[in-house]
Design a protein around this ligand. Structure first.
Ligand code: SF4
Ligand code: SF4
Length: 357
């Protein structure tokens, strides 16, 4: 467990999976970007920064949203049905989907930039406090969602260890553009992985992430399954983008062959947003066509949602309400302690010298 658990306030926490390379850069191994960063640079997700050769996570303990609801809303249907889960998220994603909702949270560029400048007033919550809040609200699990949890893995792991000790289950809602090393680190404390399979078309993935393609995503999902994590998959069907019947049938066949005929597949509805605001919402008939194709392919548990898209943060209750916290204390300006970032006590990231250490 991280020493960050002992931390008394906001500070940078060392990136969990990193490697110093001979060329002076340091590589992050949390997600399949495997960013190689020089001093002063941040990764694609904006949540990790290289300071003098060591990578740090800016967003440890930083919460963008909290909500409580049925586990079926994640969507997860074959693990502890009927129970309630506390969903939490931070800021940052390793993809840039054209139809992403709630960019302020999912990509969180502004929020992460404010953290990097030492100007953020985002909520900072210790792992113990979040687990205590979950117990206080009578939920049976904690879900990491809203943004991509891989870019926040340090906190995800610390919370998950404590959640398990407290008898809570854990759920990881992801795009699965994640490394084997990250999956192996989380497997001992993660009960459920709910993953997108967005398409079987490499061009679709390249469009939302220049370094992504289909096979590494499928490999990660299969790896999570092999590691003993309960896996459920979800495809958000977008008109004209990933609604080709042969491809949807192909997704169902892949699930059948790699996760099992009884593995749940969730088919959700696209709602126009951002760069795809000009597209119509998916016709429910298209969702049911995908359902029928999957059933014909031999998948036993296919669920259609005509009222649900991605697991985005909606109009959430303010974070402090769930935490019974003093809003003023929770939202104090987040400046890294002087012992961590130097005498200025402020995280400077790209505003600092970008030269060699
Ligand atoms: S989490 Fe992914 S995108 Fe972020 S720095 Fe690490 S490898 Fe890069
Ligand atoms: S839809 Fe999900 S994976 Fe895509 S950019 Fe938004 S948060 Fe990231």
């Amino acid at each position: 467990m991280s020493t960050a658990l002992q931390s008394a306030g906001y500070r940078l926490i060392e990136t969990r999976l990193q490697e110093r390379l001979d060329d002076g850069t340091t590589r992050c191994h949390l997600c399949l970007w495997r960013c190689r960063l020089k001093h002063g640079q941040r990764g694609f997700c904006q949540a990790h920064v290289n300071r003098h050769g060591t990578l740090y996570n800016l967003s440890y303990g930083i919460l963008s949203a909290i909500d409580v609801g049925p586990i079926e809303d994640k969507p997860v249907r074959h693990f502890r049905p009927g129970t309630r889960v506390m969903s939490i998220g931070s800021y940052g994603c390793n993809f840039r989907c054209g139809g992403c909702h709630n960019l302020e949270i999912s990509w969180g560029v502004t929020a992460l930039d404010e953290l990097a400048r030492g100007e953020s007033t985002a909520a900072w919550v210790t792992p113990r406090e979040i687990v205590a809040a979950a117990l206080r609200h009578g939920v049976e699990g904690i879900a990491f969602t809203y943004s991509e949890p891989a870019v926040w893995l340090e906190y995800v792991l610390d919370v998950s260890h404590l959640a398990r000790e407290a008898g809570l289950y854990t759920v990881y809602v992801t795009n699965s553009f994640v490394t084997d090393e990250a999956l192996e680190a989380m497997a001992p404390v993660m009960d459920v992985l709910c993953s997108d399979i967005k398409s079987l078309d490499d061009a679709f993935y390249r469009d939302i992430c220049p370094t992504a393609s289909v096979q590494p995503v499928l490999d990660a999902i299969a790896r999570a399954h092999a590691l003993g994590i309960h896996v459920e998959t979800r495809t958000n069907v977008i008109p004209g983008r990933n609604d080709d019947p042969a491809m949807l049938r192909g997704i169902a066949e892949w699930i059948r062959d790699h996760l099992g005929a009884d593995s749940p597949w969730h088919i959700t509805r696209f709602f126009p947003a951002y760069k795809l605001a000009h597209l119509p919402a998916t016709e429910p008939t298209a969702l049911w066509r995908a359902h029928d194709l999957a059933r014909e392919a031999g998948l036993d548990n296919v669920y259609v949602y005509d009222d649900k898209g991605c697991d985005c943060a909606g109009e959430n209750t303010p974070v402090n309400v769930w935490l019974d916290a003093d809003p003023e204390a929770l939202h104090q300006v987040k400046k890294c302690s002087a012992s961590c970032c130097g005498e200025s006590g402020v995280v400077l990231k790209k505003y600092e010298d970008a030269g060699e250490p």
